[in-house]
Design a protein around this ligand. Structure first.
Ligand SMILES: *Cc1c(COP(=O)(O)O)cnc(C)c1O
Length: 415
């Protein structure tokens, strides 16, 4: 999800601090199974798009409720391939949120098309459908919602807008495998869905990998061609594609991990619920903004992201770091404000909710193996920070407590 090296911090007996993510706790118990699967790939010598890849494609097509799942080299490539399959190019516009990982937008610009950035809902952090309605125009060739942090965007509204405008929807489901909107899985609602197996994602490989999902037979066939340079049969090229094959090694690791995915998601959900209870018990639910789950959603909690108002986010992050508690800022700058997209002509202030979220968000440890004691330590340290911060200062508190969704976190009467 980001360029930073994946943390392998601390072992589970570490009572000093809490890592943002500790992959070793997940991989430890699976080590023998994974080693055996990798040995099988070695013995078969089918290293690219081998039988392991086909098995993973079958598993994930069923899991994501789609007819076709097509492996590729990364989530970033999945986005690029999806837009290539729609024949996107110069003069075309794609509407997407500015508050997302870079790859959502770079897939658009790499094809010479123009990203049109939409602002977000401040409580779910997902694209605001009203913004899509405002921005849609004759050059719009696709809508690209992102299911950020593991929660589906407002797909009812987005699909209705798309249908009325006869524009396809590509879902960036890189953070949201297994997430649901009204019973529909992430990646099954638009024309194409894009998954990532980067190690920090809910189903993470031992390196890079990605997957495309679709119910459209024609698009599926095109995507299968595009990922192998448009080649069929061998050395005859029907179209100009890219090299984006999924390694059999990655697929082998993912096939071992896949049966545990729902179990891990349940643990993430339990951790999220426990955090919210702990924040309320500590009296912090009007001091920070707690994450909320929208109606008809299954949130899979790739990240648990709070809002830290009053300009104190970076100070809190520093305070936690000194207490050896990992946290991260996803994302510190909206894409509309990135240096490489200056040519698009956006000004600071064009997307106010994105700009404010970028200043306030803080992701806390939420991985499945996180313990209740560790969560308690995280919340105690945050309480400590605000006790110090409020001394001699009046804190305004988060801006969005009256948002209909935010109310679900306010269990105590207003003081
Ligand atoms: C991780 C991520 C991607 C890119 O996936 P990679 O596999 O890292 O290329 C795209 N979009 C979002 C929202 C992501 O979090």
């Amino acid at each position: 999800m980001d360029g930073r090296a994946v943390s392998n911090a601390s072992d589970s007996s570490n009572t000093q601090g809490v890592p943002l993510l500790d992959l070793k706790r997940q991989l430890g118990p699976l080590r023998a199974e994974i080693a055996a699967a990798l040995a099988r790939v070695c013995d078969s010598a089918a290293f690219c798009l081998g039988p392991e890849v086909q098995e993973l494609e079958r598993n994930l097509a069923a899991y994501c409720q789609v007819k076709h799942a097509i492996g590729c080299a990364s989530g970033s490539d999945a986005l690029l391939l999806a837009l290539m399959a729609l024949d996107l190019g110069p003069g075309d516009e794609v509407i997407l949120p500015s508050f997302t990982f870079f790859a959502t937008a770079s897939a658009v610009t790499r094809l010479g098309a123009r990203p049109v950035f939409a602002d977000i809902d401040p409580v779910t952090f997902n694209v605001d459908p009203g913004e899509i309605e405002r921005l849609i125009g004759p050059a719009t060739r696709a809508i690209l919602p992102v299911h950020l942090f593991g929660q589906c965007a407002d797909m009812d509204a987005i699909l209705r807008i798309a249908r009325d405008a006869h524009v396809p929807v590509i879902e960036d489901a890189a953070q949201a495998i297994g997430a649901e909107y009204d019973g529909h899985r992430a990646g099954s609602m638009g024309e194409v869905g894009c998954l990532s197996f980067y190690p920090t994602k809910n189903l993470g490989g031992a390196g890079d990998g990605g997957m495309l999902t679709t119910n459209d037979d024609r698009l599926a066939e095109k995507l299968r061609l595009l990922r192998v340079h448009g080649m069929h049969p061998r050395y005859y090229h029907k179209m100009v594609g890219i090299n984006s094959r999924l390694d059999s090694f990655q697929a082998a690791v993912l096939n071992v991990k896949f049966p545990y995915l729902d179990q891990w998601t349940a643990l993430r959900e339990a951790n999220a619920r426990r955090y919210s209870e702990m924040f309320v018990a500590a009296g912090l639910e009007r001091t920070v903004g707690l994450p909320a789950v929208g109606p008809w959603r299954r949130h899979v909690w790739n990240q648990y992201v709070i809002r830290v108002p009053d300009g104190r986010r970076d100070a809190l992050r520093q305070f936690l770091a000194e207490a050896h508690i990992g946290s991260e800022v996803y994302y510190p700058l909206g894409l509309h404000a990135q240096e490489c997209f200056r040519y698009l002509g956006y000004d600071e202030g064009d997307l106010p909710e994105t700009d404010l979220a970028a200043k306030e968000v803080l992701a806390l440890p939420i991985f499945p193996e996180l313990t209740a004691d560790e969560q308690s330590l995280v919340v105690r340290r945050i309480a400590e920070f605000f006790q110090r911060a409020s001394r001699g200062h009046r804190l305004a508190g988060p801006k969005y407590l009256k948002h209909p969704l935010a109310r679900q976190n306010l269990r105590r009467p207003q003081p």
